[in-house]
Design a binder for this molecule. Structure first.
Ligand code: GLC
Ligand code: MG
Length: 533
């Protein structure tokens, strides 16, 4: 799309693919071992704009702002600056311009729920109980015997409250103690964050991935959370540390906060808001608003990411997504990101081809995490002195592997995190090999970009072909596709003839070409097919 159409349409609805860049680890242009904005600019050919590109529609940059790095950029000290190690605002402008020239959108991370302890707002807030910014954060008197005000536990473990001796109160932090929660009930906070958004929209940023939004508002009476009671349909969502997250997460008032973010976004045509919402889909659906004009445009459905390798569990995750998303909202999938072990490690590298096929053929908007297109795994053995994240997420943040040279094409210096295995997996080698995982990703994305059924088709599951075989149709009036996925290791024979007598192989995880008969089709172990009927 070009020109006005590019600027104003809901571009993510036509088969778009989003690519997550963890800036420290993507490409280092100046040899300091830390990825930077000029590095990203130098690697745009990988992403879009040439015949050898992946062909993504948008990049999402994890935080690029000044930060003391207690949570590696998710503790922000200046919302409208660029961290010196990443470059300058001018570098970002250049990157945005170059991306737009390739029809690639640039999405920044918005971290609205907490600042860094080093943010000037917090310095003011903690200076005295009478400071005008005192109420920009959430302060509370101690409970009996000086204990924390209530029993809330932070996401990374330990109490959600930090004692501040200067003013004799506790402050709230949903994540690390170095990330004090902002108070979204204070209109000054709302206005300041809206101004941050406008600052970036005015500079041409195409949208935000909104961080940890479920913690935006907490109970104004600070009531204790009850002990864990309900079994969440998906382990890991909805309860934590033996508590129901009743009063400090997912509060109804949070939706007013998101509506405000959306109103600001709607001042600028064509921009997108994507929510990070770790919730079962029935809760997630509530963040996608009511009709198309409210709250988030997209929110990741993390159920598949948290699902073990089992055809029954995958079937459940897909059916729940299809049944529970609002009719006018697309599901959005990711199988890896900077917070979770990579799927090539969770499931095994041999399954990465099948994951790619599922991710890019399910209805909805997929997000790739940098490196998954070459099958990157977590660093298996980080030395103790190269572990920085107290929550243990360094292994999935290791540098991108561009080529088989010692620095992997990532850096001419010493990478801030050790490389994993550039000789086994790198972009240059896989680009030259039509059978590589990268080539499979490129074929799948190209098929989506052609605008047919993979981009816009309806989804309809087909059940009962074989125990480990998932199948679904993606149909438009012009194109009818059958997707077959054998999650099992053994080969298995299926009869899929109710979809038709035969199908033409559009894309295969293995070496299959031509037409296949559907009545008696033998799928190899871990084979996936996209067939045109
Ligand atoms: C989000 C980020 C994660 C960060 C947390 C707190 O979950 O993805 O990296 O630690 O929010 O900001
Ligand atoms: Mg650098």
């Amino acid at each position: 799309m070009k020109g006005d159409e590019f600027a104003t349409t809901r571009w993510w609805e036509g088969g778009a693919v989003i690519y997550q860049i963890y800036p420290r680890s993507f490409a280092d242009s100046d040899g300091d071992g830390i990825g930077d904005l000029a590095g990203i600019l130098g690697r745009l050919d990988h992403l879009a704009g040439t015949d050898a590109s992946l062909g993504v529609d948008a990049i999402w940059l994890s935080p690029i702002y000044p930060s003391p790095l207690h949570d590696f950029g998710y503790d922000i000290a200046d919302y409208t600056g660029v961290a010196a190690e990443f470059g300058t605002l001018a570098d970002l402008d250049r990157l945005v311009e170059a991306c737009h020239a390739r029809d690639v959108k640039v999405i920044l991370d918005l971290v609205p729920c907490h600042t860094s302890i080093a943010h000037p707002w917090f310095a003011e807030s903690r200076a005295s109980r009478y400071n005008p910014k005192r109420d920009w954060y959430i302060w509370a008197d101690p409970g009996p015997d000086g204990a924390a005000p209530n029993n809330w536990i932070s996401a990374f473990g330990g109490p959600s409250w930090e004692w501040d001796a200067t003013t004799g109160q506790y402050f709230l932090h949903s994540f690390y103690p170095e990330q004090p929660n902002l108070n979204w009930r204070n209109p000054g906070v709302v206005a300041a964050m809206h101004d941050v958004m406008r600052f970036w929209y005015e500079r041409g940023i195409d949208g935000f991935r909104v961080d940890a939004i479920q913690a935006a508002v907490v109970d104004d009476q600070l009531r204790d959370n009850p002990p864990f009671q309900r079994a969440s349909p998906i382990p890991g969502l909805g309860a934590r540390h033996g508590q129901e997250l009743l009063w400090n997460i997912d509060r109804p008032e949070t939706h007013d906060v998101i509506r405000g973010l959306r109103r600001v976004t709607d001042e600028y045509p064509g921009r997108i808001l994507i929510g990070e919402v770790y919730a079962p889909v029935e809760r997630l659906a509530g963040y996608l608003g009511h009709g198309q004009d409210d709250e988030f445009h997209l929110a990741w459905n993390f159920e598949p990411l948290l699902t073990p390798w089992s055809s029954a569990d995958f079937t459940l995750a897909i059916e729940r997504a299809e049944a529970l998303h609002p009719a006018d909202a697309l599901p959005s999938y990711a199988f890896s990101n900077h917070d979770n072990p990579r799927h090539a490690s969770r499931y095994g590298r041999e399954r990465a081809r099948l994951v790619a096929l599922m991710l890019l053929t399910l209805r909805g908007v997929p997000t790739l995490y940098m490196g998954e297109e070459i099958g990157m795994i977590d660093h298996p053995a980080l030395p103790p002195d190269r572990r920085f994240d107290r929550a243990g997420r360094d292994a999935q943040r290791a540098p991108m592997q561009w080529d088989p040279t010692p620095g992997a094409g990532f850096s001419t210096g010493t990478p801030w995190l050790p490389l994993v295995d550039p000789a086994q997996a790198n972009v240059a080698d896989q680009l030259a090999n039509p059978r590589s995982l990268l080539s499979l990703y490129r074929r799948l994305i190209a098929a989506r970009r052609s605008g047919g059924a993979l981009a816009r088709g309806e989804h309809r599951s087909i059940f009962g072909l074989a125990e480990d075989v998932l199948a679904w149709r993606r149909d438009t009036p012009e194109e009818r596709l059958l997707i077959l996925v054998n999650m099992g290791e053994p080969a298995t024979s299926i009869d899929a003839s109710r979809a038709g007598p035969s199908g033409e192989v559009l894309i295969a995880t293995g070496d299959r070409h031509g037409r296949v008969e559907l009545a008696n089709l033998e799928l190899a172990g871990l084979e996936g097919l996209v067939l045109r009927l």
